[in-house]
Design a binder for this molecule. Structure first.
Ligand SMILES: C[S@@+](CC[C@H](N)C(=O)[O-])C[C@H]1O[C@@H](n2cnc3c(N)ncnc32)[C@H](O)[C@@H]1O
Length: 207
């Protein structure tokens, strides 16, 4: 399998950060499969499905401290940290092998705005400290909210990447939305008409 040719929309999404994102994409393409970070079928769609798709969230972030829960190979956390050097990121990931990869990339890419915390979010001691929390492909909203919302300071925001099922997930999570005091819950479609794989995010405010 060969790496997908970089799509033209990558330049639209990443602007002057594209070179840095290219370096990470190349590293992930070179070592991701051997390290068990990406499956064998992902290389031909690495840019569209994973890298550009993750980058679509960048404009929603504000300067402050953003946590990415379950970063895995660095999606979306490392991509966003490359795209937004003005934002501080905490990547929260429990798996040793993935944490080693994330730390290695932070060092290899010279990222100064990223801390990697090896923990499950619930045990990360970050409760009430973060301005925004992202997550992608971690779990359904009704189980993701109890894991992510407690990390937010009052007034902080969840920005959770989801598929077409997002409205149904919100319905199924009504109890958790109330219990964790979330308001202004909305689904945003990002990148439609601009990129090959747009993404939906569920955005909600704590308090
Ligand atoms: C399917 S992977 C997705 C990784 C990446 N976000 C992506 O989009 O490719 C889910 C990741 O979430 C992590 N994870 C699962 N439960 C977690 C929790 N409670 N706190 C932090 N990370 C968690 C797993 O270790 C795994 O790396």
């Amino acid at each position: 399998m060969t790496l997908e040719i970089e799509p033209a929309d990558a330049a639209v999404v990443f602007g002057d950060r594209l070179d840095a994102v290219r370096a990470f994409t190349r590293n992930l393409a070179d070592r991701g499969e051997e390290l068990g970070l990406i499956g064998p079928l992902e290389l031909p769609r690495l840019w569209s499905r994973h890298i550009v798709n993750s980058g679509l969230v960048a404009p929603l972030l504000r300067p402050g401290r953003v946590g990415d829960v379950g970063s895995g190979a660095g999606l979306p956390g490392l991509v966003l940290a490359l795209a937004r050097p003005d934002v501080d990121f905490v990547l929260i990931e429990p798996m040793e092998r993935r944490v080693a990869w994330l730390r290695d990339q932070v060092s290899a890419l010279g990222l100064r705005n990223v801390e990697v915390v090896r923990a499950r979010a619930e045990e990360s001691k970050l409760e009430g400290t973060l301005d925004q929390v992202t997550a992608r492909a971690v779990s359904a909203l009704r189980t993701l909210i109890p894991v992510t919302a407690p990390l937010l300071r009052d007034g902080g925001e969840l920005v959770l990447m989801k598929g077409a099922n997002a409205p149904k997930e919100i319905e199924a999570a009504a109890k958790q939305i109330r219990r964790f005091g979330l308001s202004d819950v909305e689904v945003l479609l990002l990148g439609e008409g601009v990129v090959a794989e747009p993404t939906r995010v569920v955005r909600a405010r704590r308090g």
